[in-house]
Every structure is written in C-alpha cells, then in structure tokens.
Ligand binder design. Structure first.
Ligand code: SAM
Ligand code: SF4
Length: 330
C-alpha cells in the first residue's frame, strides 16, 4: 500500500520527535525560553515508536528522521535506532541534532544503524554561538562534526537558520566551508512558528537574498545529481568547490506541491503538515495496527492542499495550541 494523496504527493518520509527537551535555548526555536517537559510528561516510549514505524513502513514509509528537542537526550536512543534499522521497508535513518553530545556518541550511533546526521549550527563565532543557543560551546559542535565525518555519518549536512542582524554577516563564511570539504551547508529561512517571535519580519531574510550573498564568492551551479535525503532544499555548488549549498525557502517559495512527509510529535500526535494545527492522536490507536493505519490514511485526507498552503496557520486551528519548533522537530 502506498500513501499517496489526491494531489499525487507520495508520502515516504516520517520525522519523529523523540523529546521536547533540549539542552539549548535557541531563541528562534524556543522564543519563550523554557523547555516544556511539564506540558508533555509522557513522551513516546521506544515500544510505541517501534510500533508506529512498523505500521508506517508497511504503508510505504521508507525514510525516518529522528529529531526533537534534542534527540541525543533520549535515554534509549540507540535501542530505538536498532529497532528502526531492523524494520522491513526502512532504507534510510537520519537524525537532526545540535551536535553538543555527538562527539561521544557518533560511533555508537553509526553502529546502531544510523545512516547520517544533520547538525544545526548558526554561527562560527564562539561568543555569538553562546548567545544564540543560550550557553552552547562551539568547540563541542566542531568536535561533533569531526566525529560524525570520521565514522561515516555522511553526507554531513549543516543547517544554518539565517537571521538578519544576528548571523547574516556569516553567510559567506558558511558557504566557504564547502571549498575543501565534502559537506552540505543548508541555509534555512527563519519561520515564526509558535508564539513569541517578536520582530520576526525585521529579522527574516529570503533565500533569494541569501543566494545573492553566496554569489559574491563565485557563480552558483545547480547540482543535478541526486543528493541523498534531498527534501525541500534546492542544491547548488560554487564553481570549483567540493561541497554543496542547499537553500530552503519555506516562506518565500513554498514546496508544498512536492511535500513527501508526515511528522510525529514527541507526545504521539501525527501531523500531516508543519504549518497546520491539525493533529491526530496515535496514542489512542496504539493497541491496534489497523487503527494506526486508519490515522495515517486520515492524515492523507486532511493534508492541506498545495494550492492553498496553510501558512503559519497554527493559530487558526481551534483547540490546538500553537506549537513551536522545539516541540515539532523542524
Ligand atoms: N535540536 C536539534 C537541532 O537543533 O538540530 C533538532 C531539533 S530542531 C527543532 C530542528 C531544526 O529546526 C534545526 O535545524 C533548527 O535550526 C530548525 N529551526 C528551529 N526553529 C526554527 C525557525 N524558527 N525557523 C527555521 N528553522 C528553525
Ligand atoms: Fe534545541 Fe535544536 Fe531548538 Fe536549538 S534548534 S533550541 S538545539 S531543539
């Protein structure tokens, strides 16, 4: 059975948030500062995750991304990865992390069956990095990047959320990292998801503007070969450089027409769309594979039309509190 909606979009990718907890407080992700473990005391267990993945794989999901909060804080993460890797039909497991705990865990993650990682990094300056993340140490992230590369969690992708007046003066420095290293630098537009994004409009920078800055380093050539795990990013390479640059434009140029994903929040809600407040409670179906299947099928039905994207409409969904990125997982 394939998960395909009436607009021809085939859903084969599931992002699972393992925890809403995080050791960082990136202001664009957690604008209200604090984590919300009190709101979600009961994150999905590894047995629940195993069951959701097994049923999803039988429906045609082949790629899983683990995220959070910070997924490396999930106590039984290695067991979860091993279980997912054993699931028939799953061909790719990736993880998005802030990289703080990665140096110590990279080898074990690889051995458990993880294929690759995306690391979020918004500044190459120690002091600025500390300010953005609310106390993070840049040296730990660099060590994480080196360890992930060493053990083969590749292609390694670095996600930079570009924010005007905060880190936009570093776009060139990030792009220059691809000169000699076979890595992907992905520039992401800042999205005002959840509450508390004061001054969002003043801080927002479009992909078009970001690309113009990159072009000051040289001509950008469109990458035509398949990039593993490529989703919404458009990929380019600076002429003569080894790595690639990805541009993700959820605000300025939506990619709803080619969306191939569903999300599961750490408290077990199936989300057909990042921007919509619609959610389906998988926990209520947890004893019955057929009931889980029915919820995936319902998620297909309510996935918003690509012709009428529900931009930042979370606030308009009755009875659903607007979730921030830290709760959804990006
Ligand atoms: N803690 C992990 C990390 O930072 O990679 C995983 C969770 S984080 C929510 C996933 C991704 O969402 C990160 O790459 C982060 O930069 C991105 N993100 C968070 N808030 C965002 C926002 N307001 N706009 C755009 N991207 C955002
Ligand atoms: Fe934590 Fe990642 Fe959000 Fe930063 S972006 S607060 S590291 S979940």
């Amino acid at each position: 059975m394939a998960l395909q909606d009436s607009f021809g979009r085939k859903i084969d990718y599931l992002r699972i948030s393992l925890t809403p907890k995080c050791n960082f407080k990136c202001f664009y992700c957690r604008p209200q500062g604090d984590c919300l473990p009190g709101d979600y005391p009961n994150p999905l267990t590894r047995w629940e995750i195993e069951r959701i993945v097994r049923v999803a794989a039988a429906l045609g999901i082949s790629k899983i991304r683990l995220t959070g909060g910070e997924p490396l804080l999930k106590p039984d993460l290695l067991t979860i990865i091993r279980q997912i890797a054993r699931t028939p039909g799953i061909s790719d497991i990736s993880l998005t992390t802030n990289g703080f705990f990665l140096a110590a865990k990279a080898a074990a993650l690889k051995k458990a069956g993880l294929n690759r990682v995306n690391i979020s990094l918004d500044s190459l300056n120690d002091e600025r990095f500390r300010r953005i993340t609310g106390g993070g140490r840049l040296s730990k992230i660099k060590a994480g990047i080196d360890a992930a590369t060493r053990v083969g969690l590749t292609p390694l992708k670095i996600n930079m959320v570009v924010i005007k007046g905060v880190n936009d003066d570093e776009i060139r420095d990030f792009a220059a990292l691809t000169r000699d290293r076979d890595i992907h630098i992905r520039f992401i537009e800042y999205m005002p998801l959840g509450d508390g994004h004061n001054q969002w409009q003043e801080r927002y920078l479009s992909v078009k503007e970001i690309m113009e800055v990159c072009q000051s380093l040289g001509p950008l050539e469109r990458v035509v070969e398949k990039v593993q795990g490529n989703g919404p990013a458009r990929y380019y390479r600076l002429a003569g450089y080894r790595g690639v640059l990805g541009f993700i434009s959820p605000i300025s140029e939506h990619f709803c027409g080619t969306c191939n994903r569903f999300r599961v929040t750490s408290d077990g809600m199936l989300k057909p769309c990042l921007f919509s407040g619609e959610e389906l409670n998988l926990r209520e179906a947890m004893d019955d594979d057929e009931a889980i299947k029915a919820l995936f099928s319902r998620a297909l039905d309510i996935k918003p039309s690509p012709l009428k994207p529900p931009y930042l409409a979370q606030h308009h969904c009755e009875g659903v509190r607007a979730r921030g990125m830290v709760e959804i997982g990006g």
